[in-house]
Design a binder for this molecule. Structure first.
Ligand code: ATP
Ligand code: MG
Length: 394
């Protein structure tokens, strides 16, 4: 079947009362954005509680569906046939053609589900169900009616035009990006943080990202890997501004002044402080990390508490209760896994101590940090000033 339009079904945003129009507008905007690079011209419109995508002329069906599958807020993508001429005989002919083309294997059960939005239409929904059922049975004797568990539920919506659809392609769910504020993702080259960013963006949050780079201890290739990951997440989350912070001097200074077993915790506290400042400067009101309880020494509950102590913003840790395999499953689903496992060191692996503290004492950490007093403020200032911005558009 050559489809030219899609009905977009959304789940959760339908429940937002007065804010509903805002969610619909954001969804329309995100759909237009997602389709910008797909071959074809599209009209995305909102009509009485419905969102339609219509292709004007030739277009790439598969790419269109792939792009729509990445738009948060879409529950189902329904390729449909829209009939302008509502004449009853014309409708019957379209239904015959539809069933013939969409279901080449005729050994199926079906049910017709007509909805008459246009109350002026001369035939009632019940009558349409019966008539079209008969039309299908006559044309394709192998097909059977099953009103309880049909293989095919053929929707016939009589509105200004008539919509025919029966195929539902699942979208990603969630809410349209841009409906829930902005957060700053601490994006490393690992498996977890891209997944964390995806999960928060899925709830409608716009994201920007910050990466702590430590040249020459971390290579340009490691940085490129993070840029690649940001671009992959941006395919779902929309454009991501990636802030690359040069962290080398701060890391070396901590290495020089503080006990090595506390290095990771103190470093992570500075990452959070800097990320928070960059967030404030860019209108983000929360931070996101890929931390998961117990995964490594810096992610015991005590370590997380010590890291969190420097944050005044809420920190979202969407994979906090996930096992590694559960995080891997999401990263495979969203297509970041292959990039994440490329073997380029991130800054943490270079400076890890043999026996990092797993139960940091916050008073001890405070007194270690006092050893940094002389230069650290200036170093943070410099790191902020020399931050490089890279726009990742997917
Ligand atoms: P990931 O797989 O996301 O790298 P991880 O299991 O390697 O996580 P850590 O290295 O302890 O865990 O980092 C925990 C979190 O801290 C990361 O998920 C990320 O949000 C943040 N983070 C760590 N290193 C960096 C970095 N170099 N730049 C930005 N954020 C970082
Ligand atoms: Mg990591």
């Amino acid at each position: 079947m050559q489809y030219h339009s899609f009905l977009i079904k959304y789940a959760e945003i339908g429940t937002k009362g007065k804010n509903r129009y805002m969610f619909e507008d954001a969804l329309v905007k995100q759909i237009r954005y997602a389709l910008r690079d797909v071959d074809g011209r599209f009209e995305v419109s909102k009509e009485s509680g419905r969102i339609y995508v219509k292709a004007e002329g030739e277009y790439d069906y598969d790419d269109t569906v792939e792009a729509l599958k990445r738009v948060f807020g879409i529950a189902d993508i329904c390729p449909m046939v829209q009939i302008d001429d509502k004449d009853y005989e014309n409708l019957k002919q379209h239904v015959r053609d539809y069933m013939d083309q969409v279901y080449p294997d005729k050994n199926i059960t079906f049910k017709v589900d007509a909805r008459r939005g246009d109350k002026q239409y001369p035939v009632t929904s019940d009558q349409i169900n019966r008539d079209l059922g008969e039309v299908i049975l006559e044309a394709f004797p192998q097909m059977k009616v099953d009103v309880h568990h049909p293989d095919v539920l053929l929707h016939v919506e009589v509105r200004q035009k008539i919509n025919l659809f029966s195929v539902k392609i699942p979208g990603p769910g969630g809410m349209p990006v841009g409906t829930n504020g902005k957060a700053m993702l601490l994006l490393s080259g690992g498996i977890d943080s891209p997944v964390a960013g995806y999960m928060i963006a899925k709830r409608g949050v716009k994201i920007d990202a910050v990466y702590f780079h430590a040249p020459p201890y971390t290579s340009d290739r490691a940085k490129q890997k993070v840029v690649d990951l940001a671009n992959l997440v941006a395919r779902y989350a929309g454009p991501i501004m990636l802030h690359v912070v040069n962290f080398t001097d701060i890391q070396l200074y901590i290495y020089d002044k503080c006990p090595h077993e506390e290095l990771t915790i103190i470093m992570r506290r500075y990452m959070m402080r800097i990320a928070q400042t960059i967030a404030e400067q860019n209108g983000a009101i929360a931070l996101i990390t890929g931390e998961s309880i117990g995964q490594v020494a810096s992610q015991t509950v005590q370590s997380l508490a010590a890291t969190n102590e420097v944050c005044t913003m809420p920190v979202f840790r969407p994979v906090i209760g996930f096992d590694k395999q559960e995080i891997v499953d999401v990263s495979e689903k969203i297509g970041t896994f292959e990039t994440s496992i490329q073997p380029f060191e991130d800054c943490c692996t270079i400076f890890v101590a043999k026996h990092p503290v797993t139960k940091p004492n916050i008073n001890v950490i405070h007194s270690s940090e006092r050893k940094l007093e002389e230069k650290i403020e200036q170093m943070v200032e410099t790191a902020l000033e020399t931050t490089e911005k890279i726009l990742c558009e997917g």
